[in-house]
Structures are given as structure tokens and as C-alpha cells.
Design a protein around this ligand. Structure first.
Ligand code: UDP
Ligand code: MG
Length: 300
């Protein structure tokens, strides 16, 4: 059986048609569709109730308030019973016609089939710039390349179970899905534009998500003070050499240099100490997250 997981936030205008469209493409497989109402303020839940009444393969979950797409996805995974699970957007930006290709790859033995957009859907220059910068930073810090990858992906049951075991409180679905590993392949897909309505993400929620993703998957920022400490220490050395060499003939100028050197040295010590604390806090953070130390795929 396959499970399709669809988070929906204020999608009442299009949800019914879109879900019916998706169901058309999965008729040939044994399936279930899990719809998560992420605290919508419109009639999304009524639509879900109606759909669930009409079709026993459709299940609905309603959040008490808006917890965000990542939480909705996880709730869907937790609820799913399928041997393979595919999260999809409610706006049909992910095309259900790709599902058969994903299933084929799954039958070939891949446990994760990730969809990568041939090109990012039409977005403003500003959005492209921010997304580009974000994924670049994320790749540098976490060594995981997630640009253009979508939440739209097929995951084997084993992968889903491992994702559900992660005890992260700050959620970044793509990061978690990458973290657990397993044999993966990617397929190139067309990503449509949202036809009706606007994106449900605002600049604020996206910024929050980006900061969350970076801080959930990297402790590198905590260690930044060490770099700054080294820079100011080098500066202090240069200033020390200058003052020792009596670089400036003016006596007062030399005194200022001495005071500056001492100040700079102090600053470098403080930054260094902060960085050292960062290392320990980073370790505590990793420990608190309680992620598994390793994940076993199979045994013989
Ligand atoms: N979504 C959600 N909770 C939110 C925001 C979005 O469940 O707080 C859902 C939304 O209903 C849709 C999917 O996440 O199914 C992607 O949202 P959208 O299409 O607005 O985002 P974009 O395509 O711009 O990334
Ligand atoms: Mg969309």
C-alpha cells in the first residue's frame, strides 16, 4: 500500500478538486490519502470531512492551530500505514503523474526517491536570491545539498520509521529525511506554478524555517567566536609588533597603540573563551537532540 500525505493550510478553494485529481493517478495501487488540516482559518476541514465520507481511502487529521507544514508532514507520516509514503503539496505543484515513476524506482530497490525540480517554479528575484543563499549556506554547514529538492519524495516504510524516531522538536522535514540516509535516487520532475491563491508561506515563516534548518542541522555558528578570536589575536600581534618597533615617533601615538594592543588581546581572549563554550554547548545540543548514533539498514 502507498500513503499520500497532504498538508493543507487554508486550501478550501482547491483541495477537493486537487485531491480527486491525485486519487485518479493512484487508483491502480492500493492506497490511502492522509489530509492534515494545519489549523486552517477557512473551511478546509469541512472539505476534508466531506472527502473522507465519500472515499474510505481518505483520512483526515485536524490540528488545533497552525503548527506549520513540517509538523503537518510529520503527523501525516506518523498516521500513515503504507509500505511507501509520499508527501505532496495540496496545490498540485507536485504533479501526481510522477508517482508511477517513483513507484517504479521503489520497486527497483531504492528506499528514497527524491524529486528534483528541473527548474524552480517561477518566483520573484528576491525569493530566488534568498533561497539560493540559504541552500548554499546549508550545504556549506551541513554538507547536504538540498537546493531544488522538494518535500515531494517517495520514502520506504523503513525510512519513515527512522524519521519518526528522531526526537527533534524544531522540525525541518527535508533535513530529517536526508539525515536518516538509505539508498536514494533522484528523478527530475516538472514543478508547476500554483494556479489558484498565493503561497501560504510569508517572508517571516520562511526566514524562521531557514534559521531553524541551519541551527537544527549545524552547530557551526556556535563556533564562530573562535574564528573572530583568532582574527583579533592576529590583529593584536600586528599592533604589538608596531608598538614594539616604535612605529610611530610621536610618543602619544605609541601609547595609543599600546593601549589598543592590550584591548585587542583582551577581546581575542574573550572571543576565544566564548568559542570554547560554543563547542561545549554544541555538544550538549547534539546530546539533547537525542538523535540515534547510527541507523542500520539491514543485517545478514
Ligand atoms: N502548508 C501548511 N501549513 C503552513 C503553510 C503551508 O500545511 O503553515 C501547506 C500548504 O497548504 C501546501 C504546502 O504546505 O499544501 C505548500 O505550501 P505553499 O504551496 O503555499 O508553499 P510553496 O509552494 O510556496 O512552497
Ligand atoms: Mg505551493
Amino acid at each position: 500500500m502507498i500513503s499520500i500525505v497532504i498538508p493543507a493550510y487554508n486550501e478550501s478553494k482547491t483541495l477537493e478538486n486537487n485531491v480527486k485529481e491525485i486519487v485518479k493517478y493512484i487508483q491502480s495501487f492500493e492506497h490511502e490519502v492522509i489530509l492534515i488540516d494545519d489549523g486552517s482559518k477557512d473551511t478546509t476541514w469541512d472539505v476534508i470531512v466531506k472527502l473522507a465520507k465519500e472515499n474510505p481511502a481518505i483520512k483526515g487529521i485536524k490540528f488545533s492551530r497552525n503548527f506549520g507544514k513540517e509538523a503537518a508532514l510529520l503527523a501525516g507520516l506518523a498516521e500513515s500505514k503504507g509500505d511507501a509514503v509520499i508527501p505532496m503539496d495540496a496545490d498540485l505543484q507536485d504533479s501526481p503523474k510522477d508517482i508511477s515513476q517513483m513507484m517504479q524506482k521503489w520497486q527497483e530497490g531504492y528506499k528514497v526517491v527524491e524529486c528534483v525540480s528541473k527548474k524552480r517554479p517561477k518566483e520573484s528575484f528576491f525569493h530566488k536570491l534568498c533561497a539560493g543563499g540559504f541552500y548554499h549556506t546549508l550545504k556549506k554547514l551541513t554538507k547536504i545539498d538540498m537546493a531544488n529538492a522538494r518535500d515531494f519524495r517517495l520514502m520506504d516504510r523503513q525510512v519513515v520509521d527512522e524519521i519518526l524516531k528522531l526526537e527533534d522538536r524544531n522540525l525541518f522535514f527535508k533535513g530529517m529525511a536526508n539525515y536518516v540516509g538509505f539508498k536514494k535516487t533522484t528523478i527530475l520532475v516538472d514543478t508547476d506554478e500554483r494556479k489558484v491563491d498565493v503561497s501560504k508561506f510569508t517572508l517571516k515563516t520562511l526566514t524562521h524555517l531557514a534559521l531553524n534548518a541551519i541551527t537544527s542541522f549545524s552547530t557551526a555558528p556556535l563556533k564562530l567566536p573562535v574564528t573572530f578570536g583568532i582574527i583579533s589575536f592576529l590583529l593584536a600581534i600586528i599592533m604589538l609588533v608596531l608598538s614594539l618597533g616604535g612605529y610611530s615617533c610621536a610618543v602619544t601615538m605609541n601609547q595609543v597603540l599600546w593601549i589598543g594592543t592590550i584591548g585587542m588581546l583582551m577581546i581575542s581572549f574573550v572571543l576565544f573563551s566564548l568559542g570554547v563554550m560554543g563547542f561545549y554547548i554544541g555538544k550538549m545540543y547534539e546530546q539533547v537532540k537525542g538523535r540515534p548514533r547510527y541507523i542500520i539498514e539491514e543485517r545478514v
